[in-house]
Design a protein. Sequence first.
Length: 586
Amino acid sequence: MDRKANLEAMYHFTPSLIGRQVNAEYLPQEITGYKNNPFIEALPPIFEEEFVGSKIARFPDHNDEQRKLGKQTRLHLIQQIADYVEPLPSHLLVEQRLSRLMRHGYKARNPLTRESVKQFHIGFENILESGVDDGDTNLAGIRSTASGFAILGVSGQGKTTAIESSLLLYPQVIHHSTYQGQPFIRKQLVWLKLNCPHDGSLKGLCFNFLQAVDSVLETNYFRKFASKGSSVDMLLPVMAHIATLHGLGALVIDEIQNLSFMKSGGAERMLNYFTQLINTIGVSVILIGTFKAMKLLSGSFSQARRSTGQGDLIMDRLMEGEEWDFFIERLWKYQWTSTCTKLTDSLKKEIYKLSQGIVDIAVKLYMLAQWEVIMHGKDNKERVTIWLLRNVASRHMQLVQPLLQVLKRNDPSAKVMVDDLYPQWDVLDQFLRNSKEKVNIQGEIRSQLLRDENIELDQNRYLELVKTAIDFGASAENAEKLAKRILLQNETEGDLVRLRKELLQEIELTAATADIHNPISENQTEREQKKRPRNRTTRKKEPSILDVDDLRNTVSSHNAKSTEIYENLVELGTIPSEEDLSKLIV
Protein backbone atom coordinates (compact mmCIF):
# COMPACT_ATOMS: atom_id res chain seq x y z
CA MET A 1 0.00 0.00 0.00
CA ASP A 2 1.56 3.35 -1.05
CA ARG A 3 1.77 6.48 1.09
CA LYS A 4 -1.27 8.04 -0.62
CA ALA A 5 -3.38 4.99 0.18
CA ASN A 6 -2.17 5.01 3.79
CA LEU A 7 -3.09 8.66 4.13
CA GLU A 8 -6.48 8.08 2.52
CA ALA A 9 -7.23 5.27 4.95
CA MET A 10 -6.06 7.37 7.90
CA TYR A 11 -8.29 10.30 6.96
CA HIS A 12 -11.12 8.24 5.47
CA PHE A 13 -14.22 10.42 5.45
CA THR A 14 -17.68 9.88 4.04
CA PRO A 15 -20.11 12.81 4.02
CA SER A 16 -23.01 12.33 6.42
CA LEU A 17 -25.51 13.67 3.89
CA ILE A 18 -25.59 12.76 0.20
CA GLY A 19 -28.24 14.20 -2.10
CA ARG A 20 -29.55 13.42 -5.55
CA GLN A 21 -27.93 14.19 -8.91
CA VAL A 22 -29.87 15.58 -11.89
CA ASN A 23 -29.28 16.81 -15.41
CA ALA A 24 -29.67 20.55 -15.85
CA GLU A 25 -33.06 21.92 -16.80
CA TYR A 26 -33.04 25.70 -17.06
CA LEU A 27 -36.05 27.58 -15.72
CA PRO A 28 -37.05 31.15 -16.68
CA GLN A 29 -36.44 33.62 -13.86
CA GLU A 30 -38.73 36.39 -12.65
CA ILE A 31 -35.92 38.29 -10.90
CA THR A 32 -33.62 40.19 -13.28
CA GLY A 33 -30.46 39.47 -11.28
CA TYR A 34 -31.10 35.74 -11.57
CA LYS A 35 -31.40 35.70 -15.38
CA ASN A 36 -28.76 34.38 -17.82
CA ASN A 37 -26.90 32.54 -15.07
CA PRO A 38 -26.81 28.74 -15.56
CA PHE A 39 -25.99 28.10 -11.90
CA ILE A 40 -29.21 29.85 -10.83
CA GLU A 41 -31.48 28.84 -13.72
CA ALA A 42 -30.72 25.15 -13.10
CA LEU A 43 -31.97 25.34 -9.51
CA PRO A 44 -35.54 24.29 -8.63
CA PRO A 45 -38.14 27.08 -8.48
CA ILE A 46 -38.33 29.22 -5.35
CA PHE A 47 -40.40 27.22 -2.86
CA GLU A 48 -43.47 28.51 -1.04
CA GLU A 49 -43.95 27.73 2.67
CA GLU A 50 -46.73 25.20 2.11
CA PHE A 51 -44.51 23.14 -0.19
CA VAL A 52 -41.57 23.26 2.22
CA GLY A 53 -43.74 22.20 5.16
CA SER A 54 -45.16 19.24 3.26
CA LYS A 55 -41.71 18.07 2.12
CA ILE A 56 -39.94 18.48 5.47
CA ALA A 57 -42.65 16.70 7.47
CA ARG A 58 -41.98 13.07 8.40
CA PHE A 59 -45.05 11.48 9.94
CA PRO A 60 -45.24 7.85 11.14
CA ASP A 61 -47.62 5.34 9.58
CA HIS A 62 -50.45 5.26 12.12
CA ASN A 63 -54.11 4.36 12.55
CA ASP A 64 -56.16 3.23 15.53
CA GLU A 65 -56.64 -0.26 14.12
CA GLN A 66 -52.93 -0.86 14.73
CA ARG A 67 -53.61 -0.94 18.49
CA LYS A 68 -55.03 -4.44 17.97
CA LEU A 69 -51.80 -5.81 16.51
CA GLY A 70 -49.39 -8.01 18.46
CA LYS A 71 -46.95 -6.54 20.96
CA GLN A 72 -43.82 -7.08 18.88
CA THR A 73 -45.38 -5.51 15.80
CA ARG A 74 -46.46 -2.48 17.82
CA LEU A 75 -42.97 -2.13 19.27
CA HIS A 76 -41.68 -1.83 15.71
CA LEU A 77 -44.35 0.75 14.87
CA ILE A 78 -43.32 2.83 17.88
CA GLN A 79 -39.76 2.93 16.52
CA GLN A 80 -41.10 5.22 13.76
CA ILE A 81 -41.36 8.05 16.30
CA ALA A 82 -37.55 8.33 16.23
CA ASP A 83 -37.82 9.71 12.67
CA TYR A 84 -40.80 11.99 13.40
CA VAL A 85 -40.41 15.56 12.16
CA GLU A 86 -43.10 18.15 12.77
CA PRO A 87 -42.50 21.25 10.61
CA LEU A 88 -41.94 24.18 12.95
CA PRO A 89 -41.36 27.87 12.14
CA SER A 90 -37.61 27.35 12.53
CA HIS A 91 -37.61 24.79 9.68
CA LEU A 92 -39.25 27.27 7.33
CA LEU A 93 -36.85 30.04 8.36
CA VAL A 94 -33.84 27.84 7.60
CA GLU A 95 -35.09 26.94 4.11
CA GLN A 96 -35.92 30.57 3.30
CA ARG A 97 -32.44 31.68 4.33
CA LEU A 98 -30.81 28.87 2.36
CA SER A 99 -32.83 29.70 -0.76
CA ARG A 100 -31.86 33.38 -0.69
CA LEU A 101 -28.27 32.72 0.32
CA MET A 102 -27.52 30.34 -2.57
CA ARG A 103 -29.19 32.37 -5.29
CA HIS A 104 -27.80 35.70 -4.13
CA GLY A 105 -24.33 34.18 -3.79
CA TYR A 106 -24.43 32.88 -7.36
CA LYS A 107 -25.20 36.36 -8.76
CA ALA A 108 -21.53 37.37 -8.76
CA ARG A 109 -20.32 33.88 -9.75
CA ASN A 110 -21.82 33.51 -13.19
CA PRO A 111 -19.43 30.99 -14.80
CA LEU A 112 -19.88 32.60 -18.22
CA THR A 113 -18.38 35.99 -17.30
CA ARG A 114 -14.80 36.98 -18.13
CA GLU A 115 -14.08 37.72 -14.47
CA SER A 116 -14.99 34.17 -13.42
CA VAL A 117 -12.64 32.68 -16.02
CA LYS A 118 -9.93 35.19 -15.07
CA GLN A 119 -9.77 33.78 -11.53
CA PHE A 120 -8.33 30.49 -12.77
CA HIS A 121 -5.57 32.32 -14.69
CA ILE A 122 -4.62 34.45 -11.68
CA GLY A 123 -4.61 31.53 -9.27
CA PHE A 124 -6.52 31.24 -6.02
CA GLU A 125 -3.40 31.46 -3.89
CA ASN A 126 -2.86 34.99 -5.22
CA ILE A 127 -6.55 35.85 -4.92
CA LEU A 128 -6.73 34.74 -1.27
CA GLU A 129 -3.47 36.50 -0.44
CA SER A 130 -4.60 39.78 -2.01
CA GLY A 131 -8.05 39.79 -0.41
CA VAL A 132 -10.38 42.56 -1.56
CA ASP A 133 -9.84 46.25 -2.27
CA ASP A 134 -11.74 49.23 -0.86
CA GLY A 135 -14.64 48.41 -3.16
CA ASP A 136 -14.81 44.82 -1.87
CA THR A 137 -13.56 43.57 -5.25
CA ASN A 138 -11.09 40.69 -5.50
CA LEU A 139 -8.06 40.47 -7.77
CA ALA A 140 -10.15 39.16 -10.68
CA GLY A 141 -12.58 42.08 -10.43
CA ILE A 142 -15.42 40.16 -8.75
CA ARG A 143 -17.38 41.72 -5.91
CA SER A 144 -18.78 38.87 -3.83
CA THR A 145 -22.53 38.65 -3.26
CA ALA A 146 -22.14 35.66 -0.95
CA SER A 147 -23.03 35.71 2.72
CA GLY A 148 -22.94 33.51 5.77
CA PHE A 149 -25.11 32.84 8.75
CA ALA A 150 -25.05 30.67 11.84
CA ILE A 151 -27.62 28.34 13.37
CA LEU A 152 -26.97 27.95 17.08
CA GLY A 153 -28.95 26.24 19.77
CA VAL A 154 -29.41 23.59 22.39
CA SER A 155 -28.44 20.03 21.52
CA GLY A 156 -31.38 17.93 20.36
CA GLN A 157 -33.54 20.81 19.21
CA GLY A 158 -33.44 19.97 15.50
CA LYS A 159 -30.73 22.24 14.07
CA THR A 160 -29.23 19.47 11.96
CA THR A 161 -32.67 18.17 10.97
CA ALA A 162 -33.71 21.65 9.86
CA ILE A 163 -30.69 22.24 7.63
CA GLU A 164 -30.55 18.71 6.21
CA SER A 165 -34.27 18.73 5.37
CA SER A 166 -33.77 22.05 3.58
CA LEU A 167 -30.67 20.91 1.68
CA LEU A 168 -32.39 17.76 0.44
CA LEU A 169 -35.05 19.88 -1.27
CA TYR A 170 -32.29 20.82 -3.73
CA PRO A 171 -30.26 18.46 -5.92
CA GLN A 172 -26.71 18.15 -4.64
CA VAL A 173 -25.16 17.86 -8.10
CA ILE A 174 -26.42 19.30 -11.39
CA HIS A 175 -24.81 18.03 -14.61
CA HIS A 176 -24.57 20.74 -17.29
CA SER A 177 -23.87 19.96 -20.95
CA THR A 178 -25.22 22.84 -23.09
CA TYR A 179 -26.56 26.26 -22.16
CA GLN A 180 -28.37 28.58 -24.58
CA GLY A 181 -27.15 26.47 -27.50
CA GLN A 182 -23.48 26.58 -26.46
CA PRO A 183 -21.40 23.78 -24.90
CA PHE A 184 -21.22 24.13 -21.13
CA ILE A 185 -19.86 21.00 -19.48
CA ARG A 186 -19.77 21.37 -15.72
CA LYS A 187 -20.63 19.42 -12.57
CA GLN A 188 -22.30 21.98 -10.33
CA LEU A 189 -22.01 21.16 -6.62
CA VAL A 190 -25.05 22.94 -5.18
CA TRP A 191 -24.30 22.16 -1.54
CA LEU A 192 -21.86 20.23 0.62
CA LYS A 193 -22.31 19.43 4.31
CA LEU A 194 -19.34 18.54 6.51
CA ASN A 195 -18.89 18.02 10.21
CA CYS A 196 -16.17 20.08 11.85
CA PRO A 197 -13.30 17.68 12.70
CA HIS A 198 -13.33 16.48 16.31
CA ASP A 199 -9.95 18.10 16.91
CA GLY A 200 -11.11 21.29 15.18
CA SER A 201 -8.06 21.31 12.89
CA LEU A 202 -8.08 23.23 9.63
CA LYS A 203 -5.98 20.56 7.91
CA GLY A 204 -8.53 17.93 8.92
CA LEU A 205 -11.29 20.09 7.45
CA CYS A 206 -9.38 20.40 4.15
CA PHE A 207 -8.92 16.63 3.93
CA ASN A 208 -12.60 16.07 4.77
CA PHE A 209 -13.58 18.54 2.06
CA LEU A 210 -11.47 16.83 -0.62
CA GLN A 211 -12.76 13.36 0.27
CA ALA A 212 -16.37 14.54 0.42
CA VAL A 213 -16.11 16.14 -3.04
CA ASP A 214 -14.52 12.95 -4.39
CA SER A 215 -17.33 10.87 -2.89
CA VAL A 216 -20.05 13.01 -4.47
CA LEU A 217 -18.50 13.93 -7.84
CA GLU A 218 -16.41 10.77 -8.36
CA THR A 219 -13.27 12.87 -8.72
CA ASN A 220 -9.74 12.16 -7.46
CA TYR A 221 -8.82 15.40 -5.70
CA PHE A 222 -7.69 13.81 -2.42
CA ARG A 223 -5.11 11.54 -4.04
CA LYS A 224 -3.97 14.42 -6.26
CA PHE A 225 -3.46 17.12 -3.61
CA ALA A 226 -3.25 15.46 -0.18
CA SER A 227 -0.06 14.14 1.32
CA LYS A 228 1.48 13.98 4.77
CA GLY A 229 3.62 16.91 3.79
CA SER A 230 0.70 19.00 2.55
CA SER A 231 0.52 22.26 4.43
CA VAL A 232 -2.67 24.10 5.27
CA ASP A 233 -1.39 27.08 3.26
CA MET A 234 -1.21 24.85 0.19
CA LEU A 235 -4.58 23.14 0.75
CA LEU A 236 -6.69 26.26 1.32
CA PRO A 237 -6.26 27.65 -2.23
CA VAL A 238 -7.03 24.15 -3.57
CA MET A 239 -10.33 24.18 -1.66
CA ALA A 240 -11.15 27.62 -3.07
CA HIS A 241 -10.26 26.47 -6.61
CA ILE A 242 -12.50 23.38 -6.40
CA ALA A 243 -15.37 25.32 -4.81
CA THR A 244 -15.25 27.86 -7.65
CA LEU A 245 -14.79 25.33 -10.46
CA HIS A 246 -17.83 23.32 -9.37
CA GLY A 247 -19.95 26.32 -8.40
CA LEU A 248 -20.38 25.33 -4.75
CA GLY A 249 -23.54 27.14 -3.68
CA ALA A 250 -23.43 26.54 0.08
CA LEU A 251 -20.80 25.01 2.33
CA VAL A 252 -22.41 23.79 5.56
CA ILE A 253 -20.19 23.05 8.57
CA ASP A 254 -21.92 21.26 11.46
CA GLU A 255 -20.65 20.73 15.02
CA ILE A 256 -18.72 23.99 14.83
CA GLN A 257 -18.40 23.97 18.64
CA ASN A 258 -15.53 21.48 18.10
CA LEU A 259 -13.39 24.55 17.39
CA SER A 260 -13.40 25.23 21.13
CA PHE A 261 -10.94 22.32 21.53
CA MET A 262 -8.38 24.07 19.33
CA LYS A 263 -5.25 25.58 20.76
CA SER A 264 -4.98 29.35 20.97
CA GLY A 265 -5.38 30.93 17.53
CA GLY A 266 -6.49 27.77 15.72
CA ALA A 267 -10.21 28.47 15.85
CA GLU A 268 -9.65 32.06 14.75
CA ARG A 269 -7.67 30.90 11.74
CA MET A 270 -10.44 28.56 10.56
CA LEU A 271 -13.10 31.24 10.99
CA ASN A 272 -10.90 33.71 9.11
CA TYR A 273 -10.74 31.23 6.24
CA PHE A 274 -14.53 30.92 6.17
CA THR A 275 -14.64 34.71 6.02
CA GLN A 276 -12.25 34.67 3.05
CA LEU A 277 -14.39 32.08 1.27
CA ILE A 278 -17.40 34.38 1.63
CA ASN A 279 -15.88 37.80 1.00
CA THR A 280 -13.11 36.98 -1.49
CA ILE A 281 -14.11 33.76 -3.30
CA GLY A 282 -17.89 34.19 -3.07
CA VAL A 283 -18.85 30.86 -1.49
CA SER A 284 -21.70 31.10 1.02
CA VAL A 285 -21.02 29.40 4.37
CA ILE A 286 -23.47 28.17 7.01
CA LEU A 287 -22.13 27.25 10.45
CA ILE A 288 -24.13 25.09 12.87
CA GLY A 289 -23.37 24.40 16.50
CA THR A 290 -24.39 24.51 20.12
CA PHE A 291 -24.24 27.56 22.35
CA LYS A 292 -20.62 26.69 23.11
CA ALA A 293 -19.76 28.07 19.66
CA MET A 294 -21.39 31.44 20.32
CA LYS A 295 -18.31 33.09 21.79
CA LEU A 296 -16.18 31.91 18.85
CA LEU A 297 -18.61 33.34 16.30
CA SER A 298 -18.76 36.75 17.96
CA GLY A 299 -15.34 37.55 16.51
CA SER A 300 -14.07 37.40 12.95
CA PHE A 301 -16.93 35.42 11.39
CA SER A 302 -19.39 38.11 12.53
CA GLN A 303 -17.75 40.38 9.95
CA ALA A 304 -18.59 37.89 7.21
CA ARG A 305 -22.30 37.91 7.93
CA ARG A 306 -22.95 40.61 5.39
CA SER A 307 -25.96 42.92 5.39
CA THR A 308 -28.01 40.75 3.07
CA GLY A 309 -31.04 40.22 5.27
CA GLN A 310 -30.26 36.59 6.20
CA GLY A 311 -29.53 36.98 9.89
CA ASP A 312 -28.50 34.26 12.32
CA LEU A 313 -30.93 31.83 13.89
CA ILE A 314 -30.93 30.74 17.52
CA MET A 315 -32.99 27.61 18.23
CA ASP A 316 -33.55 27.24 21.95
CA ARG A 317 -35.84 24.90 23.88
CA LEU A 318 -39.56 25.19 23.17
CA MET A 319 -41.42 27.56 25.45
CA GLU A 320 -44.10 26.12 27.69
CA GLY A 321 -47.41 27.41 26.36
CA GLU A 322 -48.87 27.52 22.87
CA GLU A 323 -45.62 26.48 21.19
CA TRP A 324 -45.18 23.44 23.43
CA ASP A 325 -48.87 22.52 23.32
CA PHE A 326 -48.84 22.49 19.52
CA PHE A 327 -45.81 20.22 19.40
CA ILE A 328 -46.88 17.73 22.08
CA GLU A 329 -50.48 17.49 20.81
CA ARG A 330 -49.21 16.57 17.36
CA LEU A 331 -46.74 14.03 18.76
CA TRP A 332 -49.23 12.45 21.17
CA LYS A 333 -51.52 11.04 18.49
CA TYR A 334 -48.79 8.59 17.44
CA GLN A 335 -49.75 6.08 20.10
CA TRP A 336 -49.88 2.29 19.75
CA THR A 337 -50.88 1.19 23.27
CA SER A 338 -53.91 -1.11 23.44
CA THR A 339 -55.68 1.48 25.60
CA CYS A 340 -55.91 5.07 24.37
CA THR A 341 -54.48 7.59 26.82
CA LYS A 342 -55.87 11.08 26.37
CA LEU A 343 -53.45 13.97 26.65
CA THR A 344 -54.25 16.05 29.73
CA ASP A 345 -52.79 19.33 30.94
CA SER A 346 -51.04 17.40 33.73
CA LEU A 347 -49.35 15.11 31.20
CA LYS A 348 -48.30 18.11 29.06
CA LYS A 349 -46.71 19.78 32.08
CA GLU A 350 -45.00 16.57 33.20
CA ILE A 351 -43.42 15.86 29.81
CA TYR A 352 -42.23 19.46 29.64
CA LYS A 353 -40.77 19.15 33.13
CA LEU A 354 -38.96 15.92 32.22
CA SER A 355 -37.69 17.16 28.84
CA GLN A 356 -37.36 20.90 29.56
CA GLY A 357 -38.74 21.62 26.10
CA ILE A 358 -35.92 19.81 24.28
CA VAL A 359 -37.59 18.16 21.29
CA ASP A 360 -35.27 15.17 20.99
CA ILE A 361 -35.65 14.26 24.67
CA ALA A 362 -39.45 14.64 24.56
CA VAL A 363 -39.73 12.38 21.50
CA LYS A 364 -37.48 9.70 23.00
CA LEU A 365 -39.26 9.85 26.35
CA TYR A 366 -42.64 9.27 24.69
CA MET A 367 -41.23 6.41 22.61
CA LEU A 368 -39.60 4.73 25.62
CA ALA A 369 -42.75 5.12 27.73
CA GLN A 370 -44.84 3.29 25.13
CA TRP A 371 -42.28 0.50 24.83
CA GLU A 372 -42.19 0.14 28.60
CA VAL A 373 -45.93 -0.11 29.12
CA ILE A 374 -46.45 -2.53 26.21
CA MET A 375 -43.66 -4.86 27.35
CA HIS A 376 -44.37 -4.75 31.08
CA GLY A 377 -47.95 -3.51 31.41
CA LYS A 378 -50.32 -5.57 33.57
CA ASP A 379 -53.93 -6.61 32.92
CA ASN A 380 -53.69 -5.26 29.35
CA LYS A 381 -54.08 -1.72 30.72
CA GLU A 382 -51.47 -0.05 28.61
CA ARG A 383 -51.77 3.56 29.74
CA VAL A 384 -49.18 6.32 29.64
CA THR A 385 -49.23 7.86 33.11
CA ILE A 386 -47.24 10.52 34.95
CA TRP A 387 -45.71 7.81 37.15
CA LEU A 388 -44.65 5.85 34.05
CA LEU A 389 -43.03 8.90 32.45
CA ARG A 390 -41.07 9.70 35.61
CA ASN A 391 -39.99 6.09 36.01
CA VAL A 392 -38.80 5.82 32.40
CA ALA A 393 -36.92 9.13 32.61
CA SER A 394 -35.10 8.13 35.80
CA ARG A 395 -34.12 4.66 34.55
CA HIS A 396 -33.46 5.14 30.84
CA MET A 397 -32.31 8.76 30.54
CA GLN A 398 -29.78 8.94 33.35
CA LEU A 399 -27.03 10.60 31.30
CA VAL A 400 -29.07 13.74 30.62
CA GLN A 401 -30.64 14.04 34.07
CA PRO A 402 -27.88 16.23 35.60
CA LEU A 403 -28.16 18.68 32.70
CA LEU A 404 -31.95 18.77 32.86
CA GLN A 405 -31.81 19.38 36.62
CA VAL A 406 -29.67 22.47 35.97
CA LEU A 407 -32.25 23.80 33.52
CA LYS A 408 -35.10 23.07 35.96
CA ARG A 409 -33.41 24.95 38.79
CA ASN A 410 -32.85 27.96 36.53
CA ASP A 411 -29.63 28.63 38.41
CA PRO A 412 -27.44 31.07 36.43
CA SER A 413 -24.24 29.98 38.20
CA ALA A 414 -24.89 26.31 37.38
CA LYS A 415 -25.80 27.07 33.77
CA VAL A 416 -22.25 28.25 33.14
CA MET A 417 -21.23 24.59 33.41
CA VAL A 418 -23.60 23.50 30.62
CA ASP A 419 -22.82 25.99 27.87
CA ASP A 420 -23.96 23.45 25.26
CA LEU A 421 -27.50 23.78 26.62
CA TYR A 422 -27.56 27.42 27.67
CA PRO A 423 -25.54 30.47 26.56
CA GLN A 424 -23.84 32.75 29.03
CA TRP A 425 -25.65 36.08 28.99
CA ASP A 426 -22.53 38.17 28.40
CA VAL A 427 -21.61 35.96 25.42
CA LEU A 428 -25.14 36.15 24.02
CA ASP A 429 -25.13 39.92 24.43
CA GLN A 430 -21.81 40.22 22.58
CA PHE A 431 -23.07 37.92 19.82
CA LEU A 432 -26.20 40.05 19.33
CA ARG A 433 -24.26 43.31 19.32
CA ASN A 434 -21.71 42.03 16.79
CA SER A 435 -24.38 40.76 14.39
CA LYS A 436 -24.89 43.12 11.45
CA GLU A 437 -28.31 41.62 10.82
CA LYS A 438 -31.24 40.93 13.11
CA VAL A 439 -30.93 37.62 14.93
CA ASN A 440 -34.00 35.41 14.87
CA ILE A 441 -34.38 33.75 18.25
CA GLN A 442 -36.74 30.82 18.69
CA GLY A 443 -37.75 29.23 21.99
CA GLU A 444 -37.23 29.81 25.70
CA ILE A 445 -34.48 32.44 25.44
CA ARG A 446 -36.73 34.60 23.27
CA SER A 447 -39.18 35.12 26.12
CA GLN A 448 -36.38 36.73 28.13
CA LEU A 449 -35.06 38.91 25.29
CA LEU A 450 -38.14 40.34 23.61
CA ARG A 451 -37.00 43.91 24.23
CA ASP A 452 -33.60 43.45 22.64
CA GLU A 453 -33.33 45.52 19.46
CA ASN A 454 -31.31 42.81 17.70
CA ILE A 455 -34.07 40.19 17.78
CA GLU A 456 -35.67 39.81 14.41
CA LEU A 457 -39.36 40.56 14.12
CA ASP A 458 -41.21 39.22 11.13
CA GLN A 459 -40.20 42.03 8.79
CA ASN A 460 -43.03 41.57 6.32
CA ARG A 461 -45.73 41.74 8.99
CA TYR A 462 -43.89 44.53 10.79
CA LEU A 463 -43.70 46.74 7.69
CA GLU A 464 -47.33 46.05 6.80
CA LEU A 465 -48.46 47.06 10.30
CA VAL A 466 -46.32 50.21 10.24
CA LYS A 467 -47.79 51.19 6.86
CA THR A 468 -51.33 50.52 8.10
CA ALA A 469 -50.79 52.65 11.21
CA ILE A 470 -49.41 55.56 9.15
CA ASP A 471 -52.31 55.29 6.69
CA PHE A 472 -54.68 55.76 9.62
CA GLY A 473 -52.97 58.87 10.92
CA ALA A 474 -50.27 57.65 13.29
CA SER A 475 -46.89 59.35 13.19
CA ALA A 476 -43.98 57.29 11.88
CA GLU A 477 -42.51 56.98 15.38
CA ASN A 478 -45.79 55.88 16.95
CA ALA A 479 -46.51 53.55 14.03
CA GLU A 480 -43.24 51.69 14.64
CA LYS A 481 -43.93 51.43 18.38
CA LEU A 482 -47.47 50.17 17.83
CA ALA A 483 -46.40 47.63 15.20
CA LYS A 484 -43.66 46.25 17.42
CA ARG A 485 -45.99 46.05 20.42
CA ILE A 486 -48.70 44.21 18.47
CA LEU A 487 -46.20 41.68 17.08
CA LEU A 488 -44.61 40.99 20.45
CA GLN A 489 -48.04 40.50 22.01
CA ASN A 490 -49.08 38.12 19.23
CA GLU A 491 -45.92 36.15 18.35
CA THR A 492 -47.79 33.00 17.37
CA GLU A 493 -50.47 34.83 15.38
CA GLY A 494 -49.86 34.46 11.67
CA ASP A 495 -53.08 36.05 10.39
CA LEU A 496 -52.20 39.54 9.17
CA VAL A 497 -55.87 40.53 8.98
CA ARG A 498 -56.37 39.89 12.69
CA LEU A 499 -53.17 41.74 13.56
CA ARG A 500 -54.29 44.76 11.54
CA LYS A 501 -57.69 44.79 13.22
CA GLU A 502 -56.06 44.76 16.64
CA LEU A 503 -53.69 47.53 15.58
CA LEU A 504 -56.48 49.74 14.23
CA GLN A 505 -58.70 49.24 17.25
CA GLU A 506 -55.85 50.39 19.47
CA ILE A 507 -55.22 53.42 17.24
CA GLU A 508 -58.91 54.35 17.21
CA LEU A 509 -59.51 54.03 20.93
CA THR A 510 -56.27 55.80 21.79
CA ALA A 511 -57.12 58.67 19.45
CA ALA A 512 -60.68 58.94 20.76
CA THR A 513 -59.53 58.97 24.37
CA ALA A 514 -56.82 61.53 23.67
CA ASP A 515 -59.17 63.90 21.82
CA ILE A 516 -62.14 63.61 24.17
CA HIS A 517 -60.70 63.17 27.65
CA ASN A 518 -58.08 65.90 27.48
CA PRO A 519 -57.27 66.78 31.11
CA ILE A 520 -55.37 69.92 30.14
CA SER A 521 -58.35 71.41 28.33
CA GLU A 522 -60.73 70.50 31.17
CA ASN A 523 -58.47 71.96 33.86
CA GLN A 524 -57.87 75.05 31.79
CA THR A 525 -61.63 75.57 31.35
CA GLU A 526 -62.15 75.15 35.09
CA ARG A 527 -59.49 77.75 35.89
CA GLU A 528 -61.03 80.21 33.43
CA GLN A 529 -64.43 79.79 35.10
CA LYS A 530 -62.92 80.61 38.52
CA LYS A 531 -61.27 83.79 37.20
CA ARG A 532 -64.52 85.21 35.84
CA PRO A 533 -66.31 87.78 38.08
CA ARG A 534 -69.51 86.42 39.60
CA ASN A 535 -72.73 88.14 38.45
CA ARG A 536 -75.41 88.76 41.01
CA THR A 537 -77.92 87.23 38.67
CA THR A 538 -77.31 83.57 38.01
CA ARG A 539 -77.49 82.92 34.33
CA LYS A 540 -78.22 79.51 32.90
CA LYS A 541 -75.23 78.21 30.90
CA GLU A 542 -76.11 77.89 27.25
CA PRO A 543 -75.06 74.61 25.64
CA SER A 544 -72.23 75.00 23.16
CA ILE A 545 -73.10 74.30 19.56
CA LEU A 546 -70.71 71.75 18.04
CA ASP A 547 -70.05 71.00 14.41
CA VAL A 548 -71.74 67.88 13.12
CA ASP A 549 -68.41 66.04 12.72
CA ASP A 550 -66.95 67.18 16.07
CA LEU A 551 -65.56 64.16 17.92
CA ARG A 552 -67.07 65.39 21.18
CA ASN A 553 -70.48 64.46 19.83
CA THR A 554 -69.54 60.80 20.29
CA VAL A 555 -69.47 61.07 24.09
CA SER A 556 -72.61 61.53 26.13
CA SER A 557 -70.72 61.89 29.42
CA HIS A 558 -67.25 61.64 30.89
CA ASN A 559 -68.10 58.12 32.04
CA ALA A 560 -68.77 56.86 28.53
CA LYS A 561 -67.45 53.35 27.89
CA SER A 562 -64.91 52.67 25.17
CA THR A 563 -67.39 50.44 23.32
CA GLU A 564 -69.92 53.29 23.24
CA ILE A 565 -67.25 55.68 21.95
CA TYR A 566 -66.25 53.15 19.29
CA GLU A 567 -69.84 52.67 18.08
CA ASN A 568 -70.45 56.42 17.96
CA LEU A 569 -67.23 57.00 16.02
CA VAL A 570 -68.34 54.41 13.47
CA GLU A 571 -71.76 56.05 13.17
CA LEU A 572 -70.15 59.46 12.79
CA GLY A 573 -68.02 58.05 9.97
CA THR A 574 -64.72 58.97 11.59
CA ILE A 575 -63.50 55.38 11.55
CA PRO A 576 -64.48 52.41 9.36
CA SER A 577 -66.94 49.80 10.53
CA GLU A 578 -65.93 46.16 11.02
CA GLU A 579 -67.41 45.35 7.61
CA ASP A 580 -65.56 48.19 5.88
CA LEU A 581 -62.39 47.30 7.73
CA SER A 582 -62.55 43.69 6.58
CA LYS A 583 -62.96 44.78 2.97
CA LEU A 584 -60.05 47.15 3.34
CA ILE A 585 -57.46 44.78 4.78
CA VAL A 586 -58.33 41.34 3.46
